[in-house]
Design a protein around this ligand. Structure first.
Ligand code: SF4
Length: 187
């Protein structure tokens, strides 16, 4: 039986989001460098703080199994875009970092076009859109929603501090940590 979505704004928005997703995936694949999952992992590693750049957190971010994520990361490594180093906080763990080549590629992210288009919206429209998308995403993710993955200023562990901001969990925060994504943030 063929089931059609009912006409109305919800269906129209659903189709627009789907079309936008298709366009961005086509741009990612068309870049010829990486597939969409590899782009997603590379972007995360470019934006995450040093307490979040572990293979297990990449798997959580891209909502993929550890095995599939490990293949994605191995392929980024083979292309010379990321490197592993020992995690000073975990004897058996590794930390992932972008190489110079990885940073150069992220600066040509095919999603920049989408970001620029959104940037041309009037600020009130952009704020409303952002709020609506957050709500839709959390509604959609339901029980599969992953905690964390926000920035310090909205986290309960964040302390302004007398001389510099700190994290009640990890200690001193560098200025770049304040805008980075943290897998351990708690609202
Ligand atoms: S304050 Fe929160 S978001 Fe920032 S590093 Fe600490 S746990 Fe992560």
């Amino acid at each position: 039986m063929h089931t059609q979505l009912p006409d109305g704004p919800a269906t129209r928005i659903t189709r627009l989001i789907e079309r936008m997703g298709r366009l961005t995936r086509a741009r990612e694949s068309g870049s010829g460098e990486l597939n969409p999952a590899q782009w997603e992992a590379l972007r995360f590693l470019a934006r995450a703080n040093s307490w979040s750049r572990q293979p297990s957190q990449v798997a959580r971010w891209i909502a993929s199994s550890k095995g599939t994520t490990s293949q994605t990361l191995a392929s980024l490594e083979r292309k010379g875009l990321i490197a592993r180093r020992k995690n000073p906080d975990d004897r058996r763990g590794v930390l992932l970092e972008l190489t110079e080549r990885g940073h150069a590629l992220v600066s040509q992210d095919p999603l920049s076009d989408l970001s620029r288009s959104i940037g041309r919206l009037p600020p009130l429209h952009a704020a409303a859109l952002s709020q609506s998308l957050v709500q839709i995403l959390s509604d959609l993710a339901g029980e599969q929603a992953q905690p964390g993955f926000d920035t310090c200023r909205s986290c309960r562990h964040f302390r302004v501090g007398e001389t510099a901001p700190t994290c009640a969990r990890f200690g001193a925060l560098a200025s770049e940590d304040l805008t980075a994504i943290c897998a351990h943030s708690e609202a």
